[in-house]
Design a protein around this ligand. Sequence first.
Ligand code: KG4
Ligand code: ZN
Length: 340
Amino acid sequence: MGILTLGIESSCDETACAVIEDGRIVRASMIASSADLQSQYGGVVPELASRMHVEAIVPCLQETMRQADVSYDDIDAVCVTKGPGLVGALLVGVSAAKAICEVKKKPLVGVNHMAGHIAANYLTDPTWEPPFLCLVVSGGHSEILLVKDYDDLSLICATRDDAAGEAFDKIARVIGLGYPGGPKLDRESKNGDPHAFSFPSPRIVDSLDFSFSGIKTAALNTINQVRSKGGEINVSDFAASYQEAICSILIDRLNQAIKLTGMKKICLAGGVSANSCLRKKIEELAHKTHATLCLPKMSYCTDNAAMIASAGYYEFMRGVRDELDMNAYPSLDWSESYGN
Ligand code: KG4
Ligand code: ZN
């Protein structure tokens, strides 16, 4: 048996546990989601999420250990998301991890959730290694990073306002698709014309940074104008056009980042990396620029613990250990984890 890491993830509305071997082989990965319950409220209610984590964490751990066919004694390190995320939600995973470490005398490794998302690529392609460029797009993040090594990341650009996932979720709700909006908007787009509506494509001078608040406002204005005249938006066309506009901006900046860095290895990470339009566009970009591409497996795009156990494995191997007084860090930043 290789090095086994137990991963625990509870930063938002998924309680997830996983056991990974040597950072790459998934022995077991379980996800208990409260998204269905949260959808009744149109979004994540932090207090509800925390309570769901409390109920789900122990059965999720037990089932993961059973499926992986290992005991806590076999585990080499317990890796847990320490941030960013909802503080009450994070604390459930962090407390569970600490309890296992205290009782079983195992090392604790706190993991940055976004570094976990990047590791979805390590779980997808066993040969995928730094250096590479990664477009990180989730509910709270839109960034391009140059991943020079497992522990050496540099930020090339980020969003000045909304994240791409946030921009998807907001408009999906307004056009009646509900929560979680991103996947529903993606599904609806399949029947729509991506050129039926046009949206602005903002560019910030001398920067690759993203800004999605303008495009979101333009979408809201279009919807309001149509509705104020008694009309209704063609939901499929609108979803397809809006998705096309956002994905085009993301891919344009990634193309610029390839030119800027000369890096010809590219990948995606974060919940929005499940988006079919974004996946198609990055494939086209890779083809056009002769770049090598890794597309994370769909099951590892959105929140899961396998990615946390993988990212944690690389931290563990380079000697990172956290004390049992480790806290949860709701607004943990890249620079706090990777020093740049
Ligand atoms: O990474 P994630 O599961 O949680 C965060 O760390 O934020 O990402 C969730 C985000 C949500 O905004 C969700 O709408 C978006 O990812 N998302 C998608 C798709 N699947 C998830 N957005 C567009 N298309 C999808 N297929
Ligand atoms: Zn996430």
